[in-house]
Design a protein around this ligand. Structure first.
Ligand SMILES: C[S@@+](CC[C@H](N)C(=O)[O-])C[C@H]1O[C@@H](n2cnc3c(N)ncnc32)[C@H](O)[C@@H]1O
Length: 295
């Protein structure tokens, strides 16, 4: 895909710093950002240094400050801890994904799930952070996400590996989020080029791309879909909300293969038993969404 040439955001920055906060945000919404390579890590020593670094890149200083503050809260709450996940959080612009709904755009870094239309939500940063960090994604890992939604979760994954796959069941939402990635790539967030997107029923996984080192499920179901477990590599890890409607627990499943070839799985609740409600894991019949996959 062709990307527009990089244009420094400094002119917009100079104009915007003199303007009201509302104008600062809109001036930066149109600006380009400098693409970031795997060798670059943003400063984590102070808020000021992080914002100064991000401003040089061409990002909005207001959102940068909010990203920093949320990062601090995530670390304090033990939702993220590994340097790779921290880097991914600091590089991923939640505001680009929240921009689809003007009512939530400025709330992108709140400790909340947010309404993105179509009856579904963008998960909150603490939950996304913890589920991502538990997966311990390595640079070479192939990762599958079920439930693209806003696209934000796969944005984090794209800052951890170049092999990410995401499936969304709602066709107009899948199309809209594809557009969000394309716009962001054109703006300079070139890491999103590596996200493979598809509109389908994620219950059946992504057979042609399997097996996966890691699988993240972002919709709730009362059992672990057998096709997903099958498409998880031996030695792989899945995080999935399992339980009755509106009352799931977020489970980490590790799959291992014994010397005799037998497959075993171990399960751990990543919230120590706390209920975390998710939107339902729905079912496609033909091209219509009909009910859920709950048994
Ligand atoms: C909590 S929301 C989105 C979270 C998302 N990861 C994000 O970062 O915004 C869960 C998503 O799962 C999708 N979904 C539900 N059932 C699905 C299925 N069978 N296959 C694929 N996606 C599904 C919903 O449409 C919704 O967009």
């Amino acid at each position: 895909m062709k990307r527009r040439g990089f244009v420094s955001g400094s002119a917009a920055l100079a104009a915007a710093t003199l303007a009201t906060p509302a104008i600062v945000r809109s001036a930066f919404a149109a600006a380009s950002v400098k693409p970031i390579g795997w060798d670059i890590t943003p400063p984590t020593d102070s808020r000021e240094n992080f914002i100064a670094w991000g401003r040089t890149r061409g990002e909005d200083p207001v959102f940068l400050g909010e990203r920093w503050d949320r990062f601090q809260a995530l670390v304090k709450n033990k939702d993220i801890w590994s340097p790779a996940t921290i880097r991914a959080f600091l590089l991923t612009p939640r505001e680009e994904f929240a921009a689809v709904n003007p009512a939530i755009h400025k709330r992108a870094y709140e400790h909340n799930f947010l309404d993105i239309g179509y009856g579904v939500t963008m998960s909150g940063p603490h939950l996304q952070g913890r589920m991502t960090n538990v997966l311990d994604i390595q640079r070479t890992d192939k990762v599958l996400e079920i439930g693209t939604g806003s696209g934000c979760q796969s944005g984090y994954i794209a800052n951890l590996t170049e092999n990410s796959y995401t499936i969304e069941i709602i066709k107009p939402l899948a199309d809209r989020t594809r557009g969000v990635y394309d716009k962001a790539i054109e703006k300079g967030y070139t890491e999103f080029q590596h996200i493979h997107t598809k509109q389908a029923d994620g219950y059946y996984g992504w057979e042609e791309a399997a097996p996966f080192d890691k699988i993240i499920v972002t919709c709730g179901i009362d059992h672990v879909p057998p096709p997903l477990l099958q498409q998880l590599k031996s030695g792989g890890v899945m995080v999935i909300p399992v339980g009755p409607p509106g009352a799931q627990r977020v489970i980490k499943i590790a799959k291992t293969q014994g010397a005799d070839g037998s497959i075993t799985t171990s399960r751990e609740d990543i919230y120590g038993g706390k209920i975390v409600p998710f939107v339902p894991f729905t079912k496609l019949e033909g091209d219509k969404i009909v009910g859920s996959h709950n048994r």
